[in-house]
Design a protein around this ligand. Sequence first.
Ligand code: GUN
Length: 280
Amino acid sequence: MILIDGKKEAASLREELKKEVSELKAKYNKVPGLTVILIGDLTPSQIYVRNKEKSAKEVGLNSEVIKYPDSVEEITILNKIHELNQDDTVSGILVQLPLPKHINKKKVIEAILPQKDVDGFHPVNVGNLSSGYDSSVPCTPLGCYLLIKKIEPNLNGKKAVLVGRSNLNGKPMTQLLLKENCTVTITHSKTKDLKNECVKGDIIVAAVGIPELIKGDWVKKDAIVIDVGINKTEKGIVGDVDFREVSKHAKALTPVPGGVGPMTIACLLKNTVECFKKSI
Ligand code: GUN
């Protein structure tokens, strides 16, 4: 079985980006800038944002984190986004989710200029992606996609089974795989006989948030299995895939941690560089 090393792939993507950023700097005397807005003090969000900032600096981006308390008013966030939209030194804007309940997520996402939407969450980007046009692509599915392509460059006619239908992963993943001529089945927590769907997959992407849901006998021999899950359990952090069992069946599998996670952050940096290049 191939253990897909997301850490290594992410490091190699960051290395490429670092080189590109230094070439852009030499050519334009400017570097891409990423601004992250972090609201509240949720520990996982703080850890993600710290990692994003560290990685952004490592590849030579201008990186800024703007922090607000949980009690911040929605209008303050919207005004800040409008200000960042106008700021030429800011190539990409990311508002870390989840947001406090009194802040309207849709309004916040729609306030970001689509050209600066490094998350690919703005409806214009979602629409462009689903129509097959150029767009920002959400970082997690983009990371999954790059890992799959590394194992299997030709996805023509492959059967992909997505477990989870979120806007963050399942839906955009569908578009990426359709573009590669996969036959895509989207399943979720309410799908009847999920096992029967999964066993048909040449590729399985699990992003449903149920610890170790995907068992060994749910996976066809030689399938590529991508585990997006990050679930806290008494055993520690586990994915949506039963790693011990599935590693005996699959051709290739991502570990948790060290699989999709590092790729997500590297893809955010990639999206920031892409936004910058389109802006000059
Ligand atoms: N929270 C968890 N994942 C993400 C992500 O990809 N983007 C944003 N903005 N927030 C998140």
